[in-house]
Design a protein around this ligand. Structure first.
Ligand SMILES: [Cu+2]
Length: 659
């Protein structure tokens, strides 16, 4: 059957196996927790996602019973399965997808990372009105890229209840990545609770799912090691900031079961192989609130792609995958044996688990989870030398505090620690605060750069994804003269108030830091610095201006935003079609935020210059300052948000307008 046939075909997974049937839950519990007002269903086995390829797709979204934990619940399924089918496209094709809504509420599908016309992006209220119950919406767009991507609902909390699925786009040219076999590893977090309930719980008590606030018992044991004075000082600092060093994840294994391709750890999703084969694993973090740390004990992983774009191969033992990120790795098991795919959550409250094996039923040991990380003062961008001057803290003998004994404190990173204005952390007094907007003074009259040769860029076609045959746009002399010393900088408009509980006055680059809990664990862990693009970036023009955004939040009230503003009451970010901008993100909170810009690439400035990696989602660590370049080559209204579902819902969302 030709690829161009209009009829989609469903193909069973090459290595499908019998599904695991779980026990039937009591009907009483179902009725009580069925949040869509649907009647209780007879137990139905959970369908495994299949794969559909071609260029026309019929997708039906409906409520389907699932049984993940031994209790029957309702998921949001696509063509009957949760996750939905893997869609296999081919670069260069124009695909259509008819999406029919069989729910009682509006729905949508957003094609994550796809460079498509704004009207096809699938964000209700921004790029289209959404799909009403009973309606069919036909998405149609040319596929201008290749790689591993995914799709998910952008309506309500449907993503949390299962409306996710993988996308594989085969490239037009021969794939330079050689492999004998491939599997999608789609990670997600499942709760038997209604996501609306989870969100309400977080709004009432942001620590609702966090049982790890420091206790008196832990205080005493810590005091024995570090001394009473410094332990007490630390505790008081955290208390003063209304925070706890145990705030790693907002929603935890207390309510979540972590899944690989929809399968719980006990169900043990298994992929078969023959020893010696090169296996391509396409990891996708399709969870709603969970960072995963992935390793396959006994099997080194060679990372070859991130967010759909090839990177120079780098072999690691472990990597962290932020929400919505994708990583393709190659593994080559030589033994006739089984290997555990172990994806522990960043907060170590649980794990997803699967197996690679040469025969059905083989298993490998499941490792113990690593110790739970704690946030450090460094994560908060604090200068320890200034801590002694904190009001009320002067009597606490801060000078005697041994910094090296603080958990997670790296001795060599002291130099990176920069000042934090403590006064702004408590009363939210922003005056006297040093907002970094000085750079905007010296560039009056620069405007649009002459000689930018945008005439050939009609704004109708996005720049191509970098590949072996793409031609870079090299800046001419006039634009080369423009470096960032003279580029425009958009003033930072901070909106102080209860939505901003703390501000790191200046922050450090942490691209070589693997992240909380991954330091010095004896394994080779991927960092963002390791990501070097395989192909030169297409747009080599320097940015003509900078946009600086602080990631802000009030953890206590579970309010998240950019620059203290929450969506929808937030200023849009306006980009001029054809311009090249640098976006600088400064994380003033003590949590990682995976920031996703729709419709355009985010070229992470990680020191590889022309070979900086192209991504669609970038993790920003606590107190981190990170920058990336964006070519505003596709007009329209684009969503820009944190991919933690409940952060986005509580306001960490902006509209980006390219016109
Ligand atoms: Cu966030």
């Amino acid at each position: 059957m030709s690829r161009n046939t209009l009829k989609s075909r469903t193909r069973t997974r090459p290595l499908s196996r019998r599904r695991f049937l779980q026990t039937i839950a009591s009907a009483g519990a179902i009725t009580a927790l069925d949040w869509q007002g649907l009647p209780a269903f007879a137990n139905t086995p959970q369908a495994r996602p299949g794969m559909i390829e071609g260029n026309h797709f019929e997708l039906a979204i409906e409520s389907v019973p699932v049984n993940i934990t031994g209790h029957q619940r309702i998921s949001t399924a696509i063509n009957g399965s949760t996750p939905g089918p893997t869609l296999r496209w081919r670069e260069g094709d124009t695909i259509t997808a008819s999406v029919t809504n069989r729910l009682k509420v509006p729905t949508s599908i957003h094609w994550h990372g796809m460079r498509i016309p704004t009207g096809m992006d699938g964000v209700p209220g921004l790029s289209f009105p959404g799909i009403a119950p009973g309606q069919t919406f036909v998405y149609s767009f040319p596929v201008l890229q290749n790689g591993t991507y995914w799709y998910h609902s952008h309506s309500g909390f449907q993503e949390q209840t299962g409306l996710i699925g993988a996308i594989i786009i085969d490239r037009k040219e021969k794939d330079p990545i050689e492999f004998d076999r491939e599997y999608v590893i789609l990670l997600s977090d499942w709760s038997d609770s209604n996501p609306q309930t989870i969100y309400s719980n977080l709004k009432q008590d942001s620590d609702y799912y966090n049982y790890h606030r420091p206790s008196l018992a832990s205080f005493l044991s810590e005091a024995k090691q570090k001394g009473f004075g410094s332990t007490l000082s630390e505790r008081l600092m955290w208390a003063r900031m209304n925070m706890s060093p145990g705030d790693i994840a907002d929603v935890t294994g207390a309510t979540y079961t972590f899944l690989i391709n929809g399968q719980a750890p006990n169900t043990n999703w298994t992929g078969l192989f023959q020893s010696g084969e090169r296996i391509r694993l396409r990891f996708i973090n399709g969870s709603s609130m969970t960072f995963f740390d992935i390793r396959i004990p006994g099997l080194p992983m060679t990372v070859v792609q991130s967010d759909g774009n090839d990177v120079e191969p780098v072999t690691v033992d472990e990597f962290r995958i932020g929400l919505a990120e994708t990583y393709d790795v190659i593994v080559q098991p030589k033994e006739d044996s089984a290997y555990t795919i172990f994806a522990q959550t960043e907060d170590r409250s649980g794990y997803a688990r699967g197996t690679l094996a040469t025969r059905e039923g083989m298993i490998a040991p499941v490792p113990a989870m690593d110790p739970r990380p704690t946030r450090t003062m460094m994560d908060m961008g604090m200068d320890m030398s200034k801590m002694a001057r904190m009001s009320g803290m002067s009597g606490m003998k801060m000078a005697g505090m041994d910094m090296s004994s603080m958990p997670g404190m790296k001795k060599d990173s002291k130099a990176d620690m920069q000042g934090m204005d403590m006064s702004s952390m408590q009363g939210m007094k922003m005056d006297g605060h040093d907002m970094p907007d000085k750079k905007m003074q010296n560039n009056a009259g620069l405007g649009m750069m002459p000689g930018m040769k945008m005439g050939s860029r009609d704004g109708k076609t996005p720049f191509p994804q970098p590949g072996p045959s793409t031609m870079p746009i090299i800046p001419d002399a006039a634009t080369s003269a423009t470096n960032m010393n003279s580029a425009n900088s958009t003033p930072v408009k901070m909106h102080p108030g209860p939505k901003v509980a703390m501000v790191a006055t200046s922050t450090s680059g942490q691209l070589s830091n693997p992240g909380a809990g991954l330091d010095n664990n004896g394994r080779r862990v991927l960092t963002y610095s390791d990501l070097r693009a395989r192909y030169r970036g297409v747009d080599q023009r320097p940015p003509n201006r900078e946009i600086e955004l602080h990631l802000t939040g009030n953890m206590e009230r579970f309010i998240w935003g950019f620059n203290g503003q929450t969506y929808p009451n937030a200023d849009p970010i306006n980009l001029k079609l054809g311009e090249r901008v640098r976006i600088i993100l400064i994380n003033d909170t003590m949590m990682e935020h995976p920031i996703h810009l729709h419709g355009l690439w985010s070229e992470l400035e990680n020191g590889h210059g022309e070979f900086n990696p192209y991504k669609h989602t970038i993790i920003v660590k606590p107190a981190e300052r990170v920058s990336y370049l964006v070519s505003a080559d596709t007009p329209g209204e684009w969503a820009y948000h944190c991919h933690l579902l409940f952060h986005m819902t509580s306001g960490m969302f902006r509209k980006v307008v390219v016109s």
